[in-house]
Design a protein around this ligand. Sequence first.
Ligand SMILES: NC(=O)c1ccc[n+]([C@@H]2O[C@H](COP(=O)([O-])OP(=O)(O)OC[C@H]3O[C@@H](n4cnc5c(N)ncnc54)[C@H](O)[C@@H]3O)[C@@H](O)[C@H]2O)c1
Ligand SMILES: O=P(O)(O)OC[C@@H](O)[C@@H](O)[C@H](O)[C@H](O)CO
Length: 502
Amino acid sequence: MTPPRLSASTWAELAARGLPDGVRGPAVDPAALTVGQVHLGIGAFHRAHQAVCTEDAAAATGETRWGLLGVTQRSPRVAAQLGPQDGLYGVLTTAPDAPSLRVVGSVRDVAFPGTDTARVLDAVAAGTTHVVSLTVTEKGYRRAPDGGLDTAAPDVAADLGAATTELTRDDEAAALTPIGMLVRGLVRRYRTSRAPLTVVCCDNLTDNGTVLAGLVGQALAALPGSDDVAAWVGSSVRFPSTMVDRIVPATTVAHHAEAAALLGLHDEGLVVGEPFFQWVVEDDFAGPRPAWERAGATLTHDVAPFERAKLRVLNATHSTLAYHGALRGHATIAEAVADPDLEALARALMDEDVLPTLQAPDGMDLRAYRDEVLERFANPRTGHTTVQVAMDGSQKLPVRLLGTVADRLAAGAVPHAAAAAVAGWVAYVRAASSGDLVVGGRRVVLDDPLAARLADAVAGPDAVDRVLALREVFPAAVADSVAFRDAVSAALRDLSPLPAGR
Ligand SMILES: NC(=O)c1ccc[n+]([C@@H]2O[C@H](COP(=O)([O-])OP(=O)(O)OC[C@H]3O[C@@H](n4cnc5c(N)ncnc54)[C@H](O)[C@@H]3O)[C@@H](O)[C@H]2O)c1
Ligand SMILES: O=P(O)(O)OC[C@@H](O)[C@@H](O)[C@H](O)[C@H](O)CO
């Protein structure tokens, strides 16, 4: 029998009876919170990372103005999960020893742009909103091959049309892209409160704040008559960069069963996170912000070395293990890193290729960080699937891996382990796009915005040449290196044939 659903009332009854072992509740009274932060892209990661930190910061200061309005992007699923639960959801922590679950109450409202765009734009415009944050995945930023905004894409163009109307009056059309929604919200804010605002990008992108500021600036430049808005954004809106870190896999049926056993309530909004948490935020705010530093975050003037170390050490190795692991039939990252060949590849990538390109941020020992990352990957309870991490390789590899490759080539070295990582991606794309790859009992479908072009590129004998020619993915400094091309080709030849039927 399914237990009753988590909600304010079932939670209150449970708390009155006494909380079960391993369960704790919101750090603040959710009903007392008003919305001061709007989050675009309320997926699993935000709920397990920033939403927890924002709640803890509110608890540390006693402030009640930091409730969150979460905005889904492409579907109303999270609104349907959290609405009937009065915004409450659990974070199941995958500690290797004892599981624990925390119910979080900082998300006060969830909106879906398909039906609620006006409410989102009003919230972005409201003077009581001081922070807008984002986790919309790499592809959500809708960047063109040159890194700028893809203004030719029909959904981006439609949003820019609505933003042009917004310069003089409210446009109620549903926002189709995160940048479109943000720009329309900024225009509405300019027309109404003109209060300063800080926009905090929390996606795994290099210089994520600078990138986002550039995309917003480009969108505004495309709106005729928006010079005053652009000038106001330049003076009153800040875009700090951040480094975010907590491994948050997609929630599985097994996670739901584990959480229900702990809590005694059914939680449709459950998310899962490893015990580790890190958030480094550039201290560049236009106005008030939650006291995140009171809740485990680091506020600094220079995020870049943290961000670079994390993307190149953790994320690049994650992707490498995902491609090679899936090709060997390993369903999870923990299984992949337990494979001695793949652990050796992960170590070679970090030791030989990545670490020589890094300057350790203050107080960070890069070799200890490498070991800690491998230990985190090995946690068997996390359940992060190789296929989930493998998704969107065309968007992820440039950010995670190709900076390392470019730096090593510029230093006169051939990065062989990074070449093996790229070969793993090519082999994965080939296997997944031809329908030949079965992992964890499921046939893998290539999930990538460039899937059709990638499938075409890897189909023939000149796969490496054709993949390296994709300018959206490989910068010229990498693609034009004969030594790198040869290293990728050699690594691809060395990849063992797929194990049958796994
Ligand atoms: N999960 C993690 O371990 C983790 C850790 C650090 C950083 N992140 C960052 O957070 C992002 C989201 O991760 P998650 O675990 O929440 O994923 P998720 O799938 O649970 O949520 C993704 C969110 O992005 C939106 N989105 C996806 N594609 C989009 C598109 N094309 N346009 C607009 N919106 C789109 C979804 O609607 C959803 O709101 C990652 O891509 C990464 O940049 C995740
Ligand atoms: O979330 P994605 O799909 O961008 O990438 C998958 C993982 O590599 C990533 O989410 C890591 O788990 C995360 O960056 C750890 O902080």
